[in-house]
Design a binder for this molecule. Structure first.
Ligand SMILES: Nc1ncnc2c1ncn2[C@@H]1O[C@H](COP(=O)(O)OP(=O)(O)OP(=O)(O)O)[C@@H](O)[C@H]1O
Ligand code: SF4
Length: 255
């Protein structure tokens, strides 16, 4: 399953990490492949940026987030000397690495592989879809913020999915309002509803609105398990609902 967005910074990696945590809580084994080669953020969000990957007979061993090995990660961030080193590569080199990431990582027996992509539709996206094709990916989740400009960029992602034959699992509207922790009043910091309108217009499912939630950003900053630790916070129900819809799509496909 791919997580895509037209614009940077709308919360793709956030949705990818929280989806992994919610699927783990539902008893699933999840891998996250970070193909954002120029700005990998997954290792940092799990606070494992200092770990190294090593080779075994069946390829690279991913980094496990927990002792139970229920969330495994692969990212270029683990291969760089310093986590903040920049990757300045041309398309063919990026494509080769993505192919290796899909085929040469000892992922083991996963229920879901979530792929966190860079923004837009670049070489990385095409290589990822090509490399995953033999594994018949479940589809793509498109993340947007409510503003018109971000929603507009998602239209290009929809076209990309159509052209590459990737099923759209649905659209997530992130940073959709701020729920006051004191009086629970929701303030629409940006506009609201753009993601839902686009989903209706495009005839794809709307997976939900995730509000701006300081406990969520703090958990990401500190590498904590938001889904386990903050079930009463404002973003929790939306994130769990998104994971449930992914589980439903997977079980519909296998039945
Ligand atoms: N719903 C939310 N509530 C609070 N903070 C959020 C929320 N969604 C994302 N953030 C914060 O916004 C920042 C950007 O999110 P994130 O890195 O997930 O975006 P991205 O689309 O993956 O960015 P990039 O294009 O750089 O890959 C992060 O610091 C994250 O903690
Ligand atoms: S939303 Fe309610 S509690 Fe929060 S700052 Fe405004 S008035 Fe105060």
């Amino acid at each position: 399953m791919l997580v895509l967005s037209g614009k940077g910074g709308v919360g793709k990696s956030t949705v990818a990490t929280q989806l992994a945590l919610a699927l783990r809580q539902a008893g699933r084994k999840v891998g996250i492949l970070d193909v954002d080669l120029c700005g990998p953020s997954i290792p940092r969000m799990f606070r494992v940026q200092d770990r190294d990957v090593h080779q075994c007979d069946s390829g690279w061993v991913p980094v496990f987030v927990d002792q139970e090995k229920s969330i495994s990660l692969m990212s270029i961030g683990f291969l760089l000397e310093k986590p903040d080193d920049a990757v300045v590569w041309r398309g063919p080199k990026k494509n080769a690495l993505i192919k290796q990431f899909v085929a040469d990582v000892a992922w083991g027996d996963l229920d879901f592989l979530i792929v966190d992509t860079p923004p837009g539709t670049s070489d990385e996206h095409i290589s990822t879809v090509e490399a995953l094709r033999p594994y018949k990916p479940l589809g793509a989740i498109l993340v947007t913020t409510p503003q018109e400009v971000a929603v507009g960029d998602v239209r290009r992602e929809l076209t990309f999915c159509k052209k590459t034959g990737l099923r759209v699992l649905g659209i997530v509207e992130n940073m959709s309002g701020f729920v006051c922790p004191h009086c629970s009043e929701c303030t629409n910091v940006f506009s609201k509803g753009g993601g839902e309108e686009l989903a209706k217009y495009a005839g794809v499912p709307f997976l939900g609105s995730v509000p701006l939630d300081p406990q969520l950003s703090q958990s990401l900053e500190e590498g904590r398990d938001f889904i386990q630790e903050f079930p009463k916070s404002s973003a929790f129900p939306a994130l769990v609902h998104i994971a449930q819809q992914v589980l439903d799509s997977a079980s519909q496909r296998s039945s």
